[in-house]
Design a binder for this molecule. Structure first.
Ligand SMILES: Nc1nc2c(ncn2[C@@H]2O[C@H](COP(=O)(O)OP(=O)(O)OP(=O)(O)O)[C@@H](O)[C@H]2O)c(=O)[nH]1
Ligand SMILES: [Mg+2]
Length: 426
């Protein structure tokens, strides 16, 4: 048996299949996998690409290639083999047996990073839930045995303590965690209600695009920023410093990535709930990234999955200070509207971005007057919650309220009044 010294970086080899002769694409995907492995604390020693149309059901790559891989990991003293695609439980088991090394796939790696990064109770609960869901079908494999002896990437985090219990206990734990998340979600909803009259902007985008940096720049906040993937796991909310009267809140969210494990998408739903209730999505894009088109497509795809792609979207093309091919700006400008081109670190064009956000916010705002019968006094605090009350006058039978609110809340207020007072009371 081999041992891994936890102070040293684990030595990793990355493996990918290249299909349809798209070797360049596979290489770019491996670049990203290298970044992920590095974030998880591994040193990538080598990458292996196999051209093959069909996935081998037993070994993912062909048996011959798997044997080559096995020789390689022994010669090079590799600790962990990481596949760019998701492996079936059987493939992972076979590969572990053959290579006598820890074998991880993309989801396992991302889960490991999430487990390391999760700080708040909500994020930890979400990660544990995702880990257990990932683990459940893989329980038959000798994972328990390996993880106890090996440790390191892919074996860290809350899931670890559960490895020795049987499936039923894991299912119970999954139920308990889901209930906990429901509770946290309710608490969030209560907190959110107090923010109803503010204008909410959710920063969404591919991981490492610069969302947290931008949030910091626009709000003088101090959110953790790093040139690593998934620096942010929690939805941080800050008030934007702005010239007009209205409160504008910016919400930082977890970054998206190609092939985000679906368990993670599901369990991070409650964090992303903040994006779901936002009035505007600020889609932050790293304009200098070679895989810009794919990243844009991935984000739009996840927004679709979250069923929030119908919200107004403002594109913030970030990192223009790093852009080599300037012609790209006009091409993107034509295709993606409305959009602004900025640099969060250099502070370029941030005022333009703020103005654009303020425009969105003021378009969405309107003033109105309503009458509330004094026989329904409980409506008045509800209106205060949904609107900014500019003036209120009481006469004998009713309160006349002048207020400022969002389009969405206007409908809610009208509904409240007609529901409770009967038609014609507005
Ligand atoms: N050159 C340049 N680098 C930037 C710019 N904005 C952000 N960065 C860098 O990009 C890296 C990622 O920034 P973050 O703000 O952590 O990105 P994020 O989108 O929040 O990433 P996740 O939380 O992982 O999803 C950091 O190293 C930033 O310093 C920019 O305008 N120009
Ligand atoms: Mg971030």
């Amino acid at each position: 048996m081999y041992e891994v010294n936890s102070n040293e970086r684990e030595r990793a080899v990355l493996v990918a299949l290249s299909r349809n002769n798209k070797q360049w694409e596979t290489e770019e995907h491996l670049e990203e996998l290298t970044f992920l492995a590095d974030t998880a604390g591994a040193e990538v020693v080598d990458k292996l690409i196999q051209e093959k149309e069909k996935i081998d059901p037993a070994y993912f790559i062909g048996r011959g290639k798997a044997e080559m891989l096995s020789n390689f990991v022994h010669e090079q003293d590799i600790d962990v083999v990481i596949f760019d695609d998701d492996l079936s439980p059987a493939q992972a088991r076979n590969l572990e047996k053959l290579t006598d090394r820890k074998v991880l796939d993309r989801s396992g790696l991302i889960l490991d990073i999430f487990a390391r990064r999760a700080k708040t109770k909500e994020a930890r609960t979400q990660v544990e839930l995702a880990q257990l869901n990932y683990l459940l079908p893989r329980l038959t494999r000798q994972w328990t045995h390996l993880s106890r002896q090996v440790g390191g990437i892919g074996t860290r985090g809350p899931g670890e303590t559960q490895l020795e219990v049987d499936r039923r206990m894991i299912r119970n734990r999954i139920d308990a965690l889901s209930r906990q998340l429901q509770k946290i979600k309710k608490q969030r909803e209560v907190r959110r209600q107090n923010r109803e009259i503010t204008y909410k902007v959710a920063l969404v985008g591919y991981t490492n695009a610069g969302k947290s940096t931008l949030l910091n720049a626009l709000t003088n906040a101090d959110v953790f920023v790093e040139n690593r993937l998934f620096a942010t796991l929690d939805a941080t909310i800050r008030r934007m410093q702005n010239s007009n009267q209205r409160d504008i809140l910016l919400i930082d969210t977890v970054g998206f990535i190609r092939k985000l494990p679906h368990h993670l998408v599901a369990s991070f739903m409650s964090t992303l709930e903040e994006a779901r209730v936002a009035d505007l999505l600020l889609h932050v894009v790293d304009v200098s990234h070679p895989q810009l088109p794919e990243q844009l497509a991935v984000v739009n795809d996840v927004l679709n999955q979250l069923q929030i792609s119908d919200k107004p979207i403002l594109y913030a093309f970030n990192k223009i200070d790093q852009l080599e091919y300037k012609g790209l700006v006009s091409r993107l400008k034509n295709r993606y509207q409305p959009s602004v081109f900025i640099s969060a670190t250099k502070g370029l064009f941030l005022e333009d971005l703020k103005k654009e956000i303020e425009n969105f916010a003021s378009e969405n705002i309107l003033e109105m007057e309503v009458q509330v019968s004094l026989q329904r006094p409980e409506l008045i605090p509800q209106i205060y919650r949904l609107a900014e009350v500019l003036d209120i006058n009481y006469n004998q039978s009713q309160a006349e309220i002048k207020l400022r609110t969002s389009k969405e809340n206007k409908a809610k207020i009208q509904h409240l009044i007609s529901e409770n007072n009967g038609p014609g009371s507005e």
